[in-house]
Design a protein around this ligand. Structure first.
Ligand SMILES: CC(C)(COP(=O)(O)OP(=O)(O)OC[C@H]1O[C@@H](n2cnc3c(N)ncnc32)[C@H](O)[C@@H]1OP(=O)(O)O)[C@@H](O)C(=O)NCCC(=O)NCCS
Length: 261
């Protein structure tokens, strides 16, 4: 197994989170590819884990925290580490040491780039991106938002802990219509999938729905709202965790449309 930098050949696979077999990931559109085009010039780093046959089994992506979906100074932020664990497609590469090797390579790279520490987010739940996995690798908790923890590992004595970006304001409901406000960053295909489903479902209700997209790749916009990715229907966020189905989102919109006078 070896860890390599992302090369041109693997960009499309990386933009699909290594899940080129998944209908859900295709439904998530090209937001990740467009995000990558913007952020590769904003300090984004991506590494891949290849097995002995040269098959890509895992990926890690991190960027200066000042350009990420969290706040801090001089740290790099891991937006995502993923070792393909599904049976479909390329198969299960977990529990072979790829995760550990990716994390160690990213930390070394961040140190070489002069970072004072590494930050990452994880869930305080035993699934998806677990905060406990980072704790096992020497990270400690710096901040918390519901079931999400922001963890970090300082490399320097004067490093300051990172913080989550917290909600600062909510969109106002527009009169006479269901107001959908979609905060769209693009870094995560799961979030992009929720966005795409909400966008398509809203079209079904014509002018009864006002669908507005707020582009949070612009840092000033993200800081103004305190939100990076979310779909809000009349101010209420659509689901956390795995993306809700198209039908579920459609029903949520329909319930609000019925309440219109
Ligand atoms: C967290 C994650 C990256 C870890 O990847 P991994 O390659 O399985 O990780 P590790 O290298 O740390 O190994 C994990 C376990 O396999 C064991 N292992 C490592 N190499 C091994 C080997 N050659 N043989 C057997 N076991 C091995 C490790 O000891 C470790 O065991 P433990 O869990 O009991 O401590 C992976 O589980 C993952 O991708 N999870 C989902 C994360 C996610 O949802 N990401 C998307 C967020 S946007």
């Amino acid at each position: 197994m070896k860890i390599v930098d992302l090369n041109e050949e693997h960009v499309p696979l990386y933009c699909l989170c290594l899940e080129d077999w998944s209908a859900d990931i295709s439904e998530a559109g090209d937001h990740k590819a467009r995000w990558f085009e913007k952020f590769k010039d904003r300090g984004l780093r991506v590494k891949l884990a290849l097995d002995d046959r040269g098959e890509v089994g895992g990926m890690i992506q991190y960027l200066p925290i000042e350009r990420s979906t969290a706040q801090g100074e001089g740290l790099y932020m891991i937006q995502c580490v993923w070792v393909h664990g599904h049976k479909q497609g390329r198969g299960n590469f977990q529990k072979k040491g790829m995760g550990k090797a990716l994390l160690e390579a990213a930390e070394k790279d961040a140190k070489d780039l002069g970072a004072v520490g590494m930050a990452a987010w994880g869930l305080l739940l035993p699934f998806w991106m677990k905060a406990s996995w980072f704790r096992k690798h020497g990270y400690r908790q710096a901040d918390r938002d519901g079931m999400a923890a922001l963890v970090w590992k300082p490399f320097a004595k004067d490093a300051k802990p990172p913080r989550f970006i917290k909600l600062k304001k909510k969109p106002e409901k527009k009169p006479g219509v269901v107001t959908i406000t979609a905060f769209q960053n693009g870094w995560c295909p799961a979030q992009n999938l929720t966005y795409e489903r909400a966008r398509r479902a809203s079209v079904e209700f014509g002018n009864k729905v006002d669908f507005e997209t707020i582009d949070t790749t612009d840092r000033t916009t993200m800081m103004e709202w305190g939100i990076s990715d979310a779909v809000l229907i009349d101010g209420k966020q659509v689901g956390f965790g795995p993306p809700p189905s198209y039908q579920k989102i459609r029903k949520l919109i329909e319930a609000r449309v019925r309440k219109l006078k």
